[in-house]
Design a binder for this molecule. Structure first.
Ligand code: FAD
Length: 280
């Protein structure tokens, strides 16, 4: 699968911390905020889960003197959730402790883990803690989860959702997902704690911009969050308009599952890969 690396490079900031940091500093210098994801997921080996924990701690140590306002994004399946929730909790707590004021957000994964990820977040959350969560607009359950997170004032990143889910639990039609996204975004923007609107969908962004203008929502009370390497033009446009723009920056050697999800999102990406393989 190394053959896919030239494609992966567009979406990841490097295979190691040193390269990633150069890209993170560059983004910061250009006015973007960053959310860092150490790539890896679905670990079935306790040692690997501990290595992932240590990599996050090493990252925090490396930026200690730079006072960068960055967030961390964690996949609980990388921290050992599928092996043993107690081990996962221990690893996550170590990262949260090391993170200090930096927000630690749990990425949302496949629906087999949704409840366990939400439970871990609610369990570890304390008032004014630095914990955040992601919710997926394609899941029918998410309206209820958003209400819980607003009630607890836990920061939410709202995205469409990137996994293949069955019709009994998830909207399948893009229009229905968009409608639900907006239905969820409105209360988050009005009453949520520092929500992040995570999409590159211009129709959604246009609606959100109209909504915040109508409701007089201050730009410093929320983020637009976009993926590293996706729609840089849109990232810059939102930044130039005075919004807080966060870039989700993944790095590390376990880039394949993340890259395959990015590939699957757009048929142009798949065609691009096929074309480059044929040209080799
Ligand atoms: P789309 O309709 O898919 O895309 C809109 C436009 O954006 C496209 O027309 C295209 O121009 C561009 N675009 C989108 N994706 C690509 C791509 N891969 N390559 C090139 N161009 C592209 N999902 C989860 O399930 N859990 C998470 O924790 C999670 N975290 C995320 C964090 C951030 C910051 C973002 C932005 C997304 C996250 N996602 C997560 C992924 C999300 O669920 C979607 O799969 C992804 O964002 C694509 O949906 P979209 O809203 O951008 O709309």
């Amino acid at each position: 699968m190394r053959i896919l690396y030239p494609f992966a490079k567009r979406f990841i900031a490097g295979e190691n911390l040193e390269t990633a940091l150069k890209n993170i500093y560059k983004l910061n210098d250009n006015g973007y905020l960053c959310t860092i994801d150490v790539l890896g997921e679905d670990t079935h080996n306790p040692g690997q889960a501990e290595n992932a924990r240590d990599e996050y701690i090493a990252l925090l140590k490396a930026i200690e003197t730079h006072h960068m306002p960055l967030d961390l994004s964690l996949k609980l399946s990388q921290m050992g959730l599928s092996i043993d929730p107690a081990l996962c909790r221990k690893n996550v707590e170590a990262v949260i402790d090391a993170a200090g004021q930096h927000t630690v957000r749990f990425d949302m994964e496949g629906s087999n883990l949704t409840q366990a990820i939400l439970d871990m977040c609610l369990e570890l959350h304390q008032p004014h803690s630095n914990l955040g969560i992601v919710v997926q607009a394609y899941l029918h359950r998410t309206e209820k989860d958003v209400a819980t997170m607003i009630d607890k004032q836990i920061s939410v990143r709202l995205c469409k959702g990137a996994y293949k889910e069955p019709a009994d639990i998830a909207f399948q039609d893009m229009q229905a997902i968009r409608e639900n996204f907006l239905k969820l975004a409105h209360p988050l923007l009005k009453e949520g704690h520092l929500p992040a609107i995570a999409t590159h969908d211009e129709t959604l962004i246009r609606h959100i911009l109209q909504f915040i203008e109508k409701e007089k929502i201050a730009p410093e009370t929320f983020y637009f969050e976009l993926l590293y390497g996706v729609r840089r033009d849109l990232q810059k446009h939102l930044l130039d308009q005075g919004y807080q723009v966060r870039i989700y920056v993944p790095y590390g050697s376990a880039w394949l599952p993340y890259t395959l999800r990015r590939l699957a999102e757009r048929k142009e990406n798949i065609l691009f890969v096929i074309k480059s393989l044929v040209q080799e």
